[in-house]
Design a protein around this ligand. Structure first.
Ligand SMILES: CC(C)(COP(=O)(O)OP(=O)(O)OC[C@H]1O[C@@H](n2cnc3c(N)ncnc32)[C@H](O)[C@@H]1OP(=O)(O)O)[C@@H](O)C(=O)NCCC(=O)NCCS
Length: 175
């Protein structure tokens, strides 16, 4: 697919169940991918993932979800803006790269940069908020590289696989 919002390495494209659903179903049942995600501790059925696609494929005032592809058109992850409020000009962002061969190669950073530019310049939002588990150092580093700053921590917010995790609040504000 050669359309979508393009950065230096990645492209954000509309979700398409034929191209993206099976990968998401597989990735979100991989404990390594969901190690720091709020989902992943209970089996995710194909039906549940299909229902997610059913919801996200429809036009929505509150959610914008893209698939992340390489510039060659390989699907590697997902990127979203959720809980959008036009009144307050804000949204909550989330990213995962499901194909682990593509971790630590800058695709997360590039996809977040594209999403921020899109959110600010196209959608008209002014504030993006992301909540990250305290021990997810890769995600915190990635968001900082993409222009987010840490504004606070809620201690022991999440119970995840045998321990408590802080919620790290990261924000990107339109200049
Ligand atoms: C988190 C995620 C989106 C980051 O994307 P990515 O493409 O792997 O990240 P990037 O390569 O763009 O940047 C990663 C940064 O983290 C750094 N990093 C990697 N592992 C690290 C660690 N253990 N501690 C500290 N920094 C680390 C990298 O060095 C790099 O920063 P640098 O270039 O300034 O050194 C991706 O790894 C992922 O999807 N992981 C699984 C799901 C997840 O955790 N999603 C985020 C939920 S909030």
């Amino acid at each position: 697919m050669s359309f979508g919002w393009e950065g230096e390495k990645a492209r954000l494209v509309p979700i398409d169940r034929e191209r993206h659903l099976e990968n998401c179903y597989r990735w979100l049942n991989d404990p390594a991918v969901t190690e720091y995600l709020a989902i992943g501790d209970f089996p995710l059925s194909r039906l549940a993932e299909t229902e997610f696609f059913d919801r996200m494929e429809k036009a929505s005032e509150t959610d914008i979800v893209f698939a992340i592809e390489t510039l060659n058109g390989k699907h590697i992850g997902m990127s979203g803006i959720h809980q959008i409020s036009f009144r307050h000009g804000r949204g909550t962002t989330g990213t995962f790269i499901g194909d682990k061969d593509f971790w630590n190669k800058g695709f997360g950073t590039d996809s977040a940069r594209i999403r921020t530019k899109y959110a600010f310049e196209v959608v008209g939002l002014r504030l993006l908020v992301s909540g990250v588990y305290g021990s997810n150092e890769r995600s915190i580093a990635m968001l900082k590289r993409a222009g987010y700053i840490e504004v606070g921590r809620i201690p022991r917010y999440w119970w995840k696989r045998g321990k408590w995790e802080d919620e790290v609040l990261m924000v990107a504000e339109r200049p």
